[in-house]
Design a protein around this ligand. Sequence first.
Ligand code: PLP
Length: 496
Amino acid sequence: MKMEVKNGDSQLLSKLATNNEHGENSPYFDGWKAYENNPFHPTKNPNGVIQMGLAENQLSLDLIEEWIKKNPRASICSPEGVNAFKDIAIFQDYHGLPEFRNAVANFMGKSRRGKVSFDPERIVMAGGATGANELLMFCLADPGDAFLIPTPYYPAFHRDLRWRTRVQLLPVVCESSNNFQITKKALEEAYENAQKANIKVKGLIITNPSNPLGTTMDRATLRTLVTFINDKQIHLVCDEIYAATVHSLDFVSISEVVQEMEDYCNRSLIHVVYSLSKDMGLPGFRVGIVYSYNDIVVNIGRKMSSFGLVSSQTQHLLASMLSDEEFVNEFLSESTKRLASRRGSFTKGLEQVGIRCLESNGGLFCWMDLRKLLKKPTFEDEMGLWSVIINDVKLNVSPGSSFHCHEPGWFRVCFANMDDETMVVALRRIRNFVEKGEDAEVITVKKQNKACQKTLSLSTSQICDENVTMTLSYSSPRVISPHSPIPHSPMVRART
Ligand SMILES: Cc1ncc(COP(=O)(O)O)c(C=O)c1O
């Protein structure tokens, strides 16, 4: 008898593919769908949603375009470069083009201000930092093993680190009372809780600079982490994808600490993840790097990288671009300047309407403190406010809960994926939202000591100050759930 197979019958598919562990059923991704359904355009759709949920760096792409125009030989698809076409088109060695690995290692050093150097022999390719993070999990942990991760953290880590590997993520709770810095106490607590639950902890993963906080870890904190993982004999994975977005000179890469602590740490426990998606603004090129101090991980990582190689065409182009010292120096210096200037004007605009962001020095976003706008310090109210911001203010910002933040009222807002004019419109909308008043819904934040203490573990003074009376407005709030019937297009691109 012939069996009828219905199109879309998930029972016929694997459990892994059809479970929900990919984590994409989150307001973080729903916000993008709202944007995709009604994208802002200055003339064609001026009332559309402005995308502020996308950590993309579009501020310096003109510099790359200029370089490409001046260097037609770097492309195998130009009359000047086509001679290399045949060799490049058939290249498929998972070690990568030697000139590409050299150039990337050199760029990694420069993007860390030349304070540390990287060995091209340790560069392993992957499909973006997404592929690099997953590849490392496959190398370091078995299904059911766990990695500790400080909160708040990048929402897509659920997909990247857990979904296919079946590794668990255990939160290390960080709090606003110390600007979300990771503490030894919180680390030990998370580790002990795992032990009590009989969960094998295989490592700690951090992002430095942090997504979503935009903050960087100081040397002392990094040394504490290295000591911690060394004591426990577990791995440390450092995702440094935002290394060159830091405008101050004080970014400390884990690689510097590895050098300094050479005699006290087992460097084979330490692995760096990098990518050109943020620092160069090239997420479409899918250039991800695992840089491991562990020889075995480099060796097996290479073999695993067969599943996510960078195309040889991209390697060829970038080998040429990133070997151009003059270009790289100028690009890095100009890009950090532009990012700093954008961050400055954006946060200043927010300050003018009384909105504070966590002080930060890196990343492509700010961690906006809207706690005062919540009626009650609950995640339910955070979702309510988020719905209003998306549906009425028409800005796609991402709620803190989607970053697994333990305190309601924080939102990540991206500022480098738009031009100056769009940023001005976004700020104007925020201003109107905060200042508009009388006839609209009013949220009054008054002292709610008991409720606050019950729900929150943060310094309640900021929320529960008797004198704080914030008025904000939104006409006809359409409060929807994060899983509201925004059409879920299968075509929505999984961008971050
Ligand atoms: C911390 C972090 N890691 C990894 C990624 C994924 O980057 P890629 O585009 O290189 O895969 C992102 C993207 O937003 C990120 O913020």
